[in-house]
Design a binder for this molecule. Structure first.
Ligand code: NDP
Length: 455
């Protein structure tokens, strides 16, 4: 027990901040958390959760198309964007309530307002009409997340980010997505599945840099065959507002001299840590080039009682990673168990259509780290599609260290890839070998069985 008002003050009630608060309180700490926007942060409000709901909605396009192959006939399907968004909003509101309840039942005090550090132990919270309040805390945790980054090109004010995409009043007829990362690829699939005409513009030669090259190439083919126009190797130079109809109200001028007209342009060109006006300079907290709070393996900043987790540290910007960092931190601070974060062999998925998922190393990384590696792959038409005219192929791939037989990476593109890779992630994290995979009996007929029958 210290003389401060709290043992831990957390700034930001997103996935990381909420988990750290609850766990710290569970260890007996007196904890408060400040949130200026929405409980649950990006993931719950304008990220993973609503995104997955939209992905599910857009997947019905395939289900309806494929149904006739199985003897089903139904009327012409109709889609109502407003209905989807209203239902999604209701679910998000329910989740906000759950987060509030979780904090409450853990005994964490919630300040709904903007928090700012005045010195390493003093936080000022602005409550709107309720004015300002100053509190003191022994330890401070910064878990404020990140915000979409919009490049400063002419006309960028006409573009939207993923934040606004979740609240569009109507489904755009023609939409351009700029960026070849998670968000760009996922939204291109969502809009295309729901019926928009989609162009994805990416500055490099092939999107999803960092993922397995064969998987990326295969995904590009599948997305093209679904009618998404992929324009790689070009950049948008400016956005011009036209007088035309809603479908063509914007013209994008590209650096290859071409132009594209559309109703909406969604920028998904990365996110920046939300550190502006947080008062870090009042405490001497050192940040990196993009504003990320620089921390050690325990998530501690250069100021001994100030810690940071999640996107604001720009390490591995994924919700489950932020939650892991939160749990390590709570143990380190309040359970007497210094616990470094573990960023090795993190499974991840892109909810593209078809989805892709991966755990462990890609081929190039595996070769660089381990020397000789064996690569096993299978490309096949999933059983479910054999009665349909959908020509989609699934790709599964294992990267194996030749000398030890250890599976270094598992990659998949195809239906249920995230569900399948999540299971395999346990084996890969435990250090399973190719022999271990082979010793597992197949579940037939599944796509997942390909992973234990690769020759
Ligand atoms: P990413 O960092 O994944 O991708 C950004 C993309 O934009 C890259 O293709 C990048 O190109 C490109 N880019 C960056 N700057 C510019 C620029 N000035 N002009 C043109 N293109 C540019 O960011 P996202 O916005 O897609 O996602 C943000 C974060 O959210 C990710 O880091 C991810 O961790 C997380 N996320 C995770 C999801 C999941 O787990 N399924 C889903 C959605 C988001 P280049 O490759 O050349 O650098």
């Amino acid at each position: 027990m210290t003389d401060y008002d709290y043992d831990l003050f957390v700034i930001g009630a997103g996935s990381g901040g909420v988990r750290a608060s609850r766990m710290a309180a569970g260890y007996g700490a007196r904890v408060a958390v400040a949130e200026e926007r929405y409980l649950g942060g990006t993931c719950v409000n304008v990220g993973c959760v609503p995104k997955k709901l939209l992905v599910c909605a857009s997947a019905f396009a395939d289900h309806y198309r494929e149904a006739s192959g199985f003897g089903w006939t139904a009327g012409e399907p109709a889609f109502d964007w407003a209905q989807l968004i209203a239902n999604k909003d209701r679910e998000i509101e329910r989740l906000n309530g759950i987060y509030r309840g979780l904090l409450d039942s853990a005994g964490v005090e919630l300040f709904e307002g903007r928090a700012r550090l005045l010195d390493p132990h003093t936080v000022e919270i602005e409550h709107g009409e309720n004015g300002r309040r100053r509190v003191s805390s022994d330890q401070i945790l910064i878990a404020v997340g990140s915000w979409p980054d919009m490049p400063p090109i002419s006309g960028i004010e006409h573009a939207i980010s993923s934040n606004e995409a979740f609240y569009l009043e109507r489904l755009p007829e023609r939409v351009v997505v700029v960026g070849g990362g998670y968000i760009g690829v996922e939204f291109a699939g969502i809009f295309a599945g729901l019926g928009s005409q989609v162009t994805l513009i990416y500055r490099g030669p092939l999107f999803l840099r960092g993922f397995d090259e064969e998987v990326r190439t295969h995904l590009a083919e599948e997305m093209s065959s679904r009618g998404i126009e992929l324009r790689f190797g070009c950049q948008v130079e400016s956005i011009e507002k036209l007088a035309g109809s809603a479908a063509d109200r914007l013209r994008l001028h590209l650096d290859d001299g071409d132009s594209v007209d559309c109703g909406e342009v969604l920028y998904a060109t990365g996110r920046t840590p939300l550190v502006a006006d947080l008062g870090l300079e009042n405490c001497g907290v050192v940040v990196g080039e993009n504003g990320e709070v620089l921390v050690d393996e325990f998530s501690r900043s250069n100021v001994p009682n100030i810690w940071a987790i999640g996107d604001v540290t720009d390490r591995l910007n994924l919700t489950p990673v932020a939650i892991h960092e939160a749990m390590c931190l709570a143990r380190t601070l309040f359970a007497g168990e210094p616990t470094p974060v573990d960023h090795e062999t993190v499974a991840t998925a892109v909810f593209s259509q078809p989805p892709l998922a991966a755990v462990g190393l890609i081929e190039e990384e595996a070769r660089a780290r381990y020397g000789e590696v064996d690569v096993y792959r299978s490309r096949f038409r999933p059983l479910k599609l054999t009665l349909t005219d959908n020509q989609e192929r699934t790709l599964v791939k294992l990267i194996v260290d030749r000398s030890s037989g250890r599976v270094l990476g598992a990659h998949m593109l195809g239906a249920d890839a995230p569900e399948i890779i999540q299971g395999l992630a346990v084996a890969v994290k435990m250090g399973a070998t190719k022999d271990d995979f082979d010793a597992a009996m197949a579940i037939h007929p599944t796509s997942a069985e390909e992973f234990v029958t690769l020759r």
